[in-house]
Design a protein around this ligand. Structure first.
Ligand SMILES: NC(=O)c1ccc[n+]([C@@H]2O[C@H](COP(=O)([O-])OP(=O)(O)OC[C@H]3O[C@@H](n4cnc5c(N)ncnc54)[C@H](OP(=O)(O)O)[C@@H]3O)[C@@H](O)[C@H]2O)c1
Length: 280
């Protein structure tokens, strides 16, 4: 029997995109779900679709960019279920475009949603998780959090921060019964922020389906996996190469057309290449 049966899960980003797939996969394992996002209508539609699976669902609309609403969300989830066994930090904001042209408010909002919110929700839920010595926190990062990509620098920065914060915390809390997993999806097809662009990812960059991401979340919880890359391509060798030689990694992603793909996807103007004559 799955460890998830009868457990209480708080899932953010449950209204659309990959979230409903994660919700369904968890519900199929018998988990009760507190679904959160800003759109109450979206959340209610997802909860309605889960009814045949016979699990308990509660809908808690909240804007996780707002610290007061994060506290309200946690209070409402604890009031509904008494305890939260699993937190899935899935809500995310992609802020593509040239960094210099991105409004600072948008940068700050991305940091709040992608990084500060998962940290604060975990901080608020940890005391009861540690007390009961059995819980799991899953954070949705991205392969962009392993190796940054052009025209997505803010997003990648938040996802790398999320991954390394999780990394540190799982070492700090090893043996307490509170486990941590980070999921690194590549470009997700069919639903979610990348699919909305309606473009095809470069073959070597890899892609995956929302169902594969949802399965990875369930698998990470049941098998206590610390990190899962979800991709059609074996990205680890590429990522290892980029980590060993960042300059070679930069050259490779340019040669593979990933920088240009990202620029076109973001609709950013091409920059004139102007080598600095004093640094030849
Ligand atoms: N799609 C991909 O290719 C891909 C690849 C790698 C990683 N990921 C990660 O996977 C996760 C889900 O992405 P997705 O593709 O499903 O994105 P999505 O389709 O844009 O959905 C984002 C979800 O987050 C919620 N959300 C956004 N801002 C929020 C806010 N301020 N407060 C509360 N909820 C908020 C949205 O709901 P409301 O609008 O109703 O609030 C929605 O449910 C993200 O963390 C993303 O970074 C996605």
């Amino acid at each position: 029997m799955s460890w998830l049966r009868g457990k209480h899960v708080l899932l953010t980003g449950g209204s659309r995109g990959i979230g409903p797939f994660i919700a369904e996969a968890l519900a199929r394992r018998g988990a009760n779900l507190a679904l959160s996002a800003r759109s109450e209508t979206g959340l209610r539609a997802v909860a309605e679709a889960l009814k045949p699976l016979g699990v308990r669902t509660v809908v808690i609309p909240a804007d996780v960019a707002q610290p007061a609403q994060r506290a309200m969300l946690v209070r409402a989830a604890l009031d509904a279920f008494g305890a939260i066994d699993v937190l899935v930090n899935n809500a995310g904001l992609e802020t593509e475009g040239a960094f210099a042209a991105t409004a600072w408010d948008r940068v700050r909002e991305t940091i709040e949603v992608n990084l500060a919110a998962p940290m604060e929700l975990t901080h608020l839920l940890l005391p009861q998780m540690l007390e009961r010595r059995s819980a799991h926190v899953v954070n949705l990062s991205s392969v962009g959090g392993k190796s940054g990509t052009a025209y997505d620098a803010v997003y990648c920065g938040t996802k790398a921060g999320l991954a390394e914060w999780t990394h540190g915390l799982r070492q700090e809390l090893a043996g307490t019964g509170v486990c941590f997993s980070t999921i690194f999806p590549s470009y997700v097809t069919e639903a979610g922020m990348f699919a909305r662009f309606g473009v095809k990812a470069p073959w070597l960059a890899g892609s995956c389906t929302p169902q594969q991401v949802a399965r990875a979340v369930v698998d990470a919880i049941e098998r206590r996996k610390v990190e899962v890359i979800v991709s059609s391509q074996a990205l680890r060798p590429l990522l290892a190469l980029a980590a060993l030689s960042p300059a070679l990694g930069d050259w490779l992603v340019r040669r593979l057309g990933i920088v240009e793909f990202q620029r076109r996807k973001a609709g950013a103007p091409a920059l004139p290449v102007q080598p600095d004559p004093s640094r030849r």
